[in-house]
Write a protein that binds this ligand. Structure first.
Ligand SMILES: [Zn+2]
Length: 414
């Protein structure tokens, strides 16, 4: 059975007027790290391409991979990234303050290890999570949060409604882009949202992808690359309305969108109009040429980077990489950076250590190994965290090690 299929209709407006504007070839699933005893097993790779909808201007993947393949055992824990924790803490406090008059029940969709919910005071909030990754429920149970280990769908929203009822606040952070059927997902939200409730979701923001050249956030788990204009039209289908938004730094640049039932909140029209103008005129998000040009720019940096790595290798210096994040998979596979160039990858997430990167099979180790194995160069593939990583490993620089930051412009830090 084929585990993926071509998407024929726009995920937001259902139009068939889709045009491929960025082609990353074929790539393995970004989070499918390999354990030692499965190294010999053949891995599946899937087409990774971007479509632009000529009708509503939404940017999305050309193919969808079976969700079960991607999310049943999820290795990414919100809690393991200090920056993520700080972001979610601030976010939870903002939401608690902004909507304090109806703080009673909150449902977090894609609740992961419960980090976000844990920042809502349990005295004021009845907190519920839902996340299909079965390995995560044990984390939330420990902190007293009930978590349903199922996908969020319209059908499953009925189960929750029967058991618990509706919610005053529903959140979904960096989840929407993972959802196979977005309309069904929004039908589920509509079903569970109390009359005066708010639905708040955060997604990676397309303008940031273009501005910061974060092409490596393109992988199969991210079906969509959102901008405000197509979303405004989309939510109307469910009798919902976007009344506000906020641009935030999370995940290399994201947009937090505030949604209510139609006519229930004052819409911040001026701010929204200004942002859409900027999406159109400043970032040119609604023109297909933008993405074609984007791929050319990415290719230029990739070519330069490979020349640099090969030069270093020729001098018999050792190179390691920092960060076995999902984006690393896109990065390595698109630029064809393999074991010949990189000896190993280090990652601070223990669950990833002693596994192997998808397809390239580069080993993933504890960050102590850059000292033990006397590496000369470390290329930071989690480049959105480079400041943090460099600060944490000042010792590496003291020992004459050098960091390479590949994007948005190649930089060598000594
Ligand atoms: Zn569309």
């Amino acid at each position: 059975m084929k585990n993926y299929k071509l998407v024929n209709n726009c995920r937001l407006c259902n139009s068939k007027k889709l045009r491929t504007v960025f082609d990353l070839g074929k790539s393995p699933l970004a989070n499918s790290l390999v354990i030692k005893k499965k190294l010999k097993k053949k891995e599946e790779i899937y087409p990774l391409r971007i479509n632009f909808c000529e009708n509503c201007k939404h940017v999305q993947l050309t193919h969808s991979v079976s969700a079960k393949k991607m999310f049943n055992n999820y290795l990414y824990l919100t809690n393991t990234s200090e920056q993520n924790r700080a972001h979610f803490k601030k976010y939870a406090h903002e939401v608690s303050k902004k909507f304090k008059n109806y703080n009673s029940s909150i449902l977090d969709i894609g609740s992961n290890d419960g980090t976000f919910l844990s920042f809502f005071n349990k005295k004021n909030f009845f907190r519920v999570g839902i996340d299909p990754a079965k390995n995560l429920a044990k984390f939330t149970k420990k902190i007293g949060i009930r978590q349903f280990p199922i996908f969020f769908t319209k059908k499953n929203s009925e189960i929750i409604k029967k058991k618990i009822g509706g919610f005053d606040i529903i959140t979904a952070n960096h989840v929407c882009a993972h959802v196979t059927n977005l309309s069904d997902f929004f039908n589920g939200v509509k079903n569970l949202l109390n009359e005066n409730g708010v639905f708040i979701f955060e997604v990676s923001y397309l303008a940031d992808v273009i501005k910061k050249k974060t092409f490596d956030t393109i992988y199969h788990e991210h079906s969509d690359y959102h901008s405000l204009k197509p979303l405004i039209k989309f939510v109307k289908k469910f009798d919902l309305e976007i009344f506000d938004f906020k641009l935030v730094d999370a995940q290399g640049g994201s947009i937090r969108v505030y949604v209510s039932n139609k006519g229930k909140k004052v819409i911040n029209s001026k701010k929204i109009f200004k942002q859409i103008t900027s999406e159109n005129k400043k970032y040119k998000l609604f023109a297909p040429q933008t993405y074609i040009r984007f791929q050319k720019e990415v290719n230029q940096i990739g070519t330069k980077l490979k020349i640099l790595l090969k030069k270093i290798k020729k001098k018999n210096y050792k190179i390691a990489a920092y960060g076995a994040a999902a984006k690393t998979t896109t990065f390595m596979n698109y630029f064809k950076i393999d074991k010949n160039l990189i000896e190993f990858i280090v990652d601070d997430n223990k669950l990833k250590q002693n596994k192997f990167a998808p397809f390239t099979h580069i080993p993933i180790l504890n960050s102590k190994e850059i000292y033990k194995k006397k590496v000369h160069f470390v290329i930071i593939l989690a480049w959105n965290y480079s400041d943090h990583i460099i600060k944490k490993h000042r010792l590496f620089l003291k020992k004459k090690g050098k960091f390479i930051i590949p994007f948005p412009k190649i930089k060598v830090i000594r």
